[in-house]
Design a protein around this ligand. Structure first.
Ligand code: HEM
Length: 449
């Protein structure tokens, strides 16, 4: 299937109409997209330092360090790169400054590296310095993206989702830094409920809402399902945002199991509504054969269902979670949500977004005057599918290892994850290789999606 060629100055991601969108430089967006898998490999490698104690409590220093390497390194940097690309291009708004985005990348990498090191040693003074640096990175990012969103000419559905999600990112950072202050100065105990409040503002408010909003743009576009009318676009946003605030507020007071379960069920409602729309896009698509992004979407939706089941189980606690290994279900739930749901979707979309970006910068200008490859020619689809399969196996193995409390299985899952993520990184890097196109294939008039 082919996407229409971009209008002069525009591109296939454009929501259409209005002024020609600004295409951010490759050198600004690509570092985020390439650093994300590197952070995931580092996070997965750190899993080998874990012992059986990981099943006892979720807030062990090394577990918290690995969690942040994955959520702030892999998923957040992928989301930042994707929104720097899509915000201006899809919505037609202008970033405040390209240079600011480059500075933010450096600040984020510095803050994150220091934070992971400080968390592993549980050095609260350094955690405080690193956490403040990360908060600066968030503020720079929010300022830049908010500028693009506020100046957006198109009423794209992504806009409201991103406005809400960047607000939650700021809130997650503010809570995180407050928790560090509480640990350093003993202001108040950081109970498991308070930990969950901060974690879910970040995981659901920031990561899930960004993923959900961007998916409303990308899933119908890549699957060619523009004719399918989503039913829950607004409802999924408002329910998720309201549930995140309610959940976080309730968890601050460490509520009893029945209330935890109610809050968790409310939190699951928005993503489940969203998933109904996504299934409608997948089933109603015009593209007959699912490509890498379509398959990744389907797998990630299955992981979302698993996440909800595990999350409800974790909220109930005993008897699902044995009292001597309380962390098993919460960890399995976090792996299913972060690696399974968000990670799989990020993998499928990441390959397509990166290929599009490289194609636009390297070949768009040559269309009509010289042989150019199609977007799909930039990567090997078989390797991309192998990567997806390995990522799925790794996530499932890790979930199973956590649920049954088997450390060896967790290590096997981490090893497979390292292989899968390395393949993903190689797939992205391979898009920069020089391409020799047979003149017979040129000039092309359409861009393979
Ligand atoms: C300035 C940025 C941030 C700082 C300083 C920070 C700080 C912290 C601290 C200190 C803890 C552990 C509290 C304890 O165990 O007593 C924690 C836990 C956690 N944070 Fe953050 N955080 C930040 C941003 C985020 C964001 C944006 C997300 C999500 C996208 C996030 C997700 C989590 C999760 C999931 C946990 C639970 C980890 C576990 O139990 O293994 N954090 N955070």
């Amino acid at each position: 299937m082919a996407l229409p060629l971009p209008a002069p100055g525009g591109n296939a991601f454009s929501a259409g109409g209005g002024a020609a969108p600004q295409l951010p430089p490759l050198g600004m967006v690509a570092p985020f997209l390439l650093a994300a898998p590197i952070a995931l490999v580092i996070g997965a490698a750190m899993v080998f330092g874990l012992t059986d104690t990981m099943f006892i409590a979720v807030n062990l220093p090394r577990v918290v360090a690995i969690t942040h390497a994955i959520v702030l390194g892999a998923v957040t940097m992928m989301m930042m790169g994707a929104t720097y690309q899509l915000g201006p291009v899809v919505l037609g708004g202008q970033l405040l400054s390209i240079r600011l985005a480059r500075v933010q990348f450096v600040v984020h990498i510095l803050g994150l590296s220091l934070f992971i090191w400080a968390l592993s040693r549980w050095d609260v003074s350094w955690m405080s310095i690193a956490g403040s640096t990360l908060l600066v990175s968030f503020i720079l990012y929010i300022t830049n993206i908010a500028s693009a969103l506020s100046r957006a000419g198109s009423p794209s559905p992504v806009r409201r989702y991103l406005l809400a999600s960047i607000g939650f990112l700021g809130l997650a950072g503010a809570f995180g830094l407050t928790w560090v202050g509480a640990l350093e100065h003993s202001w108040f105990p950081v109970t498991l409920g308070r930990l969950a409040a901060h974690a879910h503002i970040g995981l659901v408010g920031w990561l899930a809402l960004t993923l959900m909003g961007v998916s409303y743009q990308l899933v119908p576009m890549f699957g060619i399902a523009h004719h399918v009318d989503p039913r829950f676009r607004q409802a999924a946003l408002w329910v998720t945002a309201a549930a995140t605030v309610t959940f976080a507020t309730g968890m601050l007071f460490d509520p009893p199991a029945p209330l935890r379960l109610t809050l968790a069920a409310f939190l699951a409602a928005g993503p489940l509504l969203w998933s109904l729309d996504m299934w409608r896009f997948v089933l109603g698509r015009s593209r007959r054969r699912l490509d890498i992004q379509g398959r990744a979407t389907a797998i990630s939706l299955a992981f979302l269902t698993l996440t909800v089941v595990l999350g409800l189980g974790a909220a109930i606690g005993t008897p699902f979670t044995p009292d001597n290994e309380m962390a098993r279900w919460p960890l399995a739930y976090a792996v299913a949500g972060v690696l399974g749901w968000a990670g799989t979707a990020a993998l499928g979309n990441g390959i397509k977004i990166h290929a599009f970006l490289v194609w636009m910068h390297r070949y768009q200008r040559k269309v009509g005057s010289a042989p150019v490859p199609m977007i799909a020619d930039l990567y090997d689809a078989r390797i991309a599918h192998l990567t997806l399969a390995l990522h799925t196996i790794a996530s499932s193995t890790l979930v199973l290892g956590c649920v049954i409390g088997n450390l060896q299985l967790v290590h096997v899952g981490a090893a497979i994850l390292i292989v899968a993520t390395s393949l993903y990184l190689l797939t992205l890097l391979s898009m920069y290789r020089p391409m020799h196109i047979h003149p017979r294939s040129a000039p092309v008039r359409t861009v393979a999606g």
